[in-house]
Ligand binder design. Structure first.
Ligand code: URC
Length: 304
């Protein structure tokens, strides 16, 4: 094989990362809040900018940031619909922008309970989880991935770990009754033929989160791997519009403390919650024979 000395531009994208936007809807005295961290990245013909210093095609990252704030003026609705609006705007408004990647984290706020009632304009950050969304547009195809991260769950029984191979380095005792705890990160990809405009993504999100939680607790867990699969299967069975769901879940070990030096027993009640190292269990649960759509997940190889 001969090596070419021609140096060319490979895959590229650019934009504004982590635009923090908070939208307050104050059309009545009862305010509503939407809180997002948005990243906008454009793909298309940006050859001249990289090779010749010609910025004629470069929609400034500052303009992309401003567009996020301007669009928020009309409300967010759902992170997914907000990102789809941005995708339409940039691919529709500039001929040479053929696609891009738009990503958001959404932080949820609960009303402060004052005298038994949710306050009109005071909020407390809901610490449960961060909602995520990604839109990847590639020519005529739009991929949409929704998700969540840092959803911390724990069950105090109905979990064990036995039957694994033992070699000279194995010290772990088998157990049929242990604590199972994890921080769920899950991302689910919708069919590309989904009617994006006609879908209530907030409802879909709440429903899928509830299924994930049910899936975590419903069955006896022989390993976090099995529980992960249970969780994903529930989502795919209930939501035909979802093709696959990817998980990354740390196994947050809880070790029984030896209280015998103090003359005490420990019938599975006092644990040391280790923060590291942790097991890391990652898998995709998917419909058979789906198109894996790698562009939706990583976009530009190695960057995301
Ligand atoms: O649920 C578990 N899966 C494992 O793969 C594993 N490995 C380990 O040491 N403990 C556990 N627990």
């Amino acid at each position: 094989m001969t090596m070419s000395n021609n140096i060319v531009l490979g895959e590229n994208q650019y934009g504004k990362a982590e635009v923090r936007v908070v939208k307050v809807t104050r059309d009545t005295d009862r305010h509503h809040i939407e809180d997002l961290n948005v990243t906008s990245q454009l793909r298309g013909d940006f050859q001249a900018a990289h090779l010749e210093g010609d910025n004629g095609h470069v929609v400034a990252t500052d303009t992309q940031k401003n567009t996020v704030y301007a669009f928020a003026r009309e409300g967010v609705g759902s992170p997914e619909s907000f990102l789809l609006r941005l995708a339409d705007h940039f691919t529709g408004g500039f001929d040479w922008v053929t696609g891009g990647r738009w990503e958001a984290e959404a932080y949820s706020w609960d009303r402060i309970q004052a005298h038994g009632e949710g306050h009109d304009h005071s909020f407390v950050r809901n610490g449960q989880e961060v909602r995520t969304a990604v839109v990847v547009r590639d020519g005529a195809t739009t991929h949409l991935i929704s998700g969540l991260k840092d959803l911390t769950v724990l069950k105090t029984t109905q979990s064990g770990f036995v039957g694994y191979p033992r070699d000279k380095y194995t010290t772990l005792p088998e157990t049929t009754d242990r604590i199972l705890a994890t921080d769920v990160s899950a991302r689910w990809r919708y069919n590309t033929n989904l009617d994006f405009a006609g879908t209530d993504f907030n409802k879909s999100y709440e429903d899928i989160k509830a299924l994930l939680l049910e899936g975590f607790t419903e069955n006896y867990s022989h390993a976090l791997q099995q529980t992960l699969f249970d969780m994903g299967k529930k989502v795919l069975e209930a939501h035909s519009e979802v093709d696959e769901i990817k998980f990354s879940m740390p196994n947050k070990h809880h070790f029984l403390v030896d209280l015998s030096p103090f003359g005490l027993d420990n019938p599975n009640e006092v644990f040391f919650a280790a923060d590291r190292p942790y097991g890391l269990i990652e898998a995709t649960v998917q419909r058979e024979n789906i198109d894996a759509a790698p562009v939706a997940w990583s976009g530009i190889a190695g960057f995301c």
